[in-house]
Design a protein around this ligand. Structure first.
Ligand code: ATP
Ligand code: MG
Length: 422
């Protein structure tokens, strides 16, 4: 027999047992975004490869080795999106969204990166992100961080730590970069292979090394904070004051960097120690030069992206476990006439009570086997319709999740009864 075809390594099915927790997350996040006036933008999952080369930058991990790039039948080089900011900017320029207007948008969907799969790191993974264009901050920087704090509150997640930093302006960074390169060159023998490569291509990224052997060297490196101009300093200070005023604890982590020239000033991450090495659940920053770099008019921008799979793990391990009910009632039908009538009854109930989640048993079988299925379905009660009930015009209600006597309810008033129950 032929070998079964399996999903691609690092890409996963999200099974029906798991989707309720995804729906919970999606709904909470959407409600928070709505409450801040952000609107959703949906873009294609495939873009021209050049879009990512020009936006993410040639010397990043993503573009150097993680992109799913292929030629389509016309010979165009296309890429499965590894992130969504580039697409947002492309769509914004293409549709004139940045002309004399402020945009607050969000997106949600799968991203693709060819990296080594491990817990919290996949080749297809979901991100939810938000971006604001046309505002140079720091008020919007504060809003974005408060928005992310609302997510954790509404999801019931605690123990996340906010880390912030400032990258100054590209000019300020250029001066700093020289000092950093001088320092790293002086200690070249202590650099690992990745860092040696980055020293040439993108030295700021050395600060982001996850190698514990490099920790001391990095800790002693010059700090960008010492090279900031007055405006950048004031921006950062206002950000910190805003967070203090809102009661958001944070840690200034001067090693938090993004390697690219279009980044400016504010960067932040929410991290947890519950996910091992994959501890960042949300990463954001200001990218004032990006719209211009992709051919638009200079437009400031700031945004963040959250890794949904990592948040799902945190939700599954919540101290106060989530109880997600997906079904209210399971209709058990015993006998020929009940089986015929049951489908119609169920249909009528759903119409009368649109919020009712009712599963109608199909395929016959004994009372015992149907009742077992009702119990396993997770429904709160079984509605039992047999020949006797039908002739009497009633239905049996068995409470599956609480100690409570079985009841008989007149079919005519069943919808009212259920309305009070759910
Ligand atoms: P890392 O340093 O962990 O590789 P990154 O800098 O590549 O992260 P971003 O591009 O900033 O990550 O993406 C934002 C968020 O998306 C990350 O903080 C993480 O939560 C999530 N994420 C990134 N890559 C993956 C992946 N391969 N699998 C699952 N989630 C991911
Ligand atoms: Mg990465």
């Amino acid at each position: 027999m032929a070998k079964n075809i399996q999903a691609i390594r690092g890409m996963h099915d999200i099974l029906p047992d798991q989707t309720p927790i995804w729906h919970f997350l999606e709904q909470q996040v959407r409600t928070v975004l709505d409450s801040y006036g952000y609107r959703e933008l949906r873009t294609p999952v495939v873009e021209m490869t050049d879009l990512f080369k020009r936006s993410i930058g040639e010397v990043t991990d993503i573009v150097e080795k993680e992109m799913y790039t292929f030629e389509d039948r016309n010979g165009d080089s296309l890429t499965l999106r590894p992130e969504c900011t580039a697409s947002c900017v492309r769509a914004g320029i293409e549709n004139g969204l940045f002309h004399n207007q402020v945009q607050r948008i969000w997106y949600y969907g799968p991203m693709f990166r060819h990296e080594r799969p491990q817990k919290g790191r996949y080749r297809q993974f979901y991100q939810i992100g938000a971006e604001a264009y046309g505002l140079s901050g720091p008020d919007i920087d504060i809003e974005m961080i408060l928005l992310t704090r609302r997510f954790w509150e509404s999801l019931g997640l605690d123990g996340l730590e906010l880390q912030i930093n400032t990258l100054g302006t590209p000019d300020e960074r250029a001066v700093y970069r020289e000092k950093l390169v001088a320092y790293l060159t002086e200690h070249q023998t202590q650099l690992d292979e990745d860092s040696l490569r980055r020293l040439q291509s993108n030295p700021l990224r050395v600060l982001d090394s996850k190698n514990p052997a490099m920790r001391e060297l990095i800790a002693a490196a010059p700090s960008l904070l010492d090279y900031l101009g007055d405006e950048s300093k004031a921006h950062f200070q206002t950000l910190c004051e805003g967070l203090d005023a809102a009661g958001v604890p944070y840690v200034v982590n001067t090693r938090l960097v993004r390697g690219l020239d279009y980044y400016a000033r504010t960067v932040f991450e929410w991290v947890t120690d519950r996910l091992g090495a994959q501890g960042t659940v949300c990463a954001g920053g200001r990218y004032d030069g990006l719209v211009e770099q992709l051919g638009g008019k200079p437009t400031p921008g700031i945004g963040f992206a959250m890794g949904v799979e990592r948040l799902i793990v945190l939700l599954q391990e919540r101290d106060n476990p989530l109880q997600l009910q997906t079904l209210d009632a399971y209709l058990v039908l015993v006998g020929d006439t009940p089986q015929k009538q049951g489908v119609l009854l169920a249909d009528r109930l759903r119409r009368e009570l649109p919020e009712l989640r009712l599963l109608c048993h199909c395929g016959g079988g004994s009372f015992k086997s149907q009742f077992k299925k009702a119990d396993r379905s997770g429904a709160r009660f079984a509605l039992v319709l047999g020949e006797d009930e039908l002739t009497q015009g009633v239905i049996g209600v068995k409470h599956l999740r609480e100690e409570r006597e079985q009841e008989q309810v007149a079919l005519d008033s069943l919808a009212d009864y259920l309305r009070d129950m759910i």
